[in-house]
Design a protein around this ligand. Structure first.
Ligand code: FMN
Length: 170
């Protein structure tokens, strides 16, 4: 897929067909995530690969906007190591997540980012469920699968959001 197609076609996918994601594709998703930039190149990320339906069910029990896990054959929890470089782990792991989402699009998979951190009741419950050490915080869960439908090109360009030299000069 062309780079621009990947960027502009990517949309959140919340409906998946009944098909496993192959291990080689999971490896590519993780490889892309770990290619992200990070402050001081600390790469403070960890990824918990979840295929177990029971774990998905437990996430749905406490996360209000996670119903797509019902169908998803795969979920990846993107977690940050607070001890690696505490100020920027959220940005680093967000960059990793975006890389993962774009790789999913390129592999003709569908994915959606489920926000976890900084909602305390989400990240504490998920940390318990995944048995994370104290220094590892879950930023999100990415649900992944083969989408029911492909998405079309997106145009969100808004000149009002672009300011030349000073704010307000659109
Ligand atoms: C920080 C963050 C948290 C999100 N949390 C959820 C979520 O809990 N559940 C969900 O269905 N989508 C979630 N999303 C996906 C957004 O709803 C989605 O990206 C947005 O509606 C734009 O649509 P698009 O991804 O198709 O471009 C989240 C996205 C981000 C970046």
């Amino acid at each position: 897929m062309e780079f621009e197609e990947v960027i502009f076609n990517r949309r959140s996918k919340r409906r998946f067909i009944d098909k496993e994601v192959e291990d080689e594709k999971i490896k590519k998703l993780l490889d892309a995530a770990m290619a992200a930039p990070s402050a001081h190149n600390k790469q403070p990320w960890h990824f918990v690969v979840i295929k177990d339906n029971e774990t998905m069910d437990k996430i749905m029990d406490f996360h209000k906007y996670s119903k797509m896990l019902e169908d998803a054959p795969l979920a990846i929890a993107v977690c940050g190591d607070k001890n690696a470089y505490k100020d920027f782990w959220v940005q680093d792991c967000s960059a990793a997540t975006q890389n993962l989402l774009l790789m999913a699009e390129d592999l003709e998979l569908g994915a959606v980012w489920l926000g976890v951190y900084p909602v305390e009741q989400y990240y504490t419950k998920l940390a318990d469920l995944l048995e994370l050490p104290d220094n590892i915080v879950p930023l999100n869960v990415v649900a992944v699968g083969y989408p029911e439908r492909a998405s079309k090109k997106l145009d969100r360009y808004d000149k009002e959001k672009v300011h030349h030299e000073k704010f307000g000069n659109n």
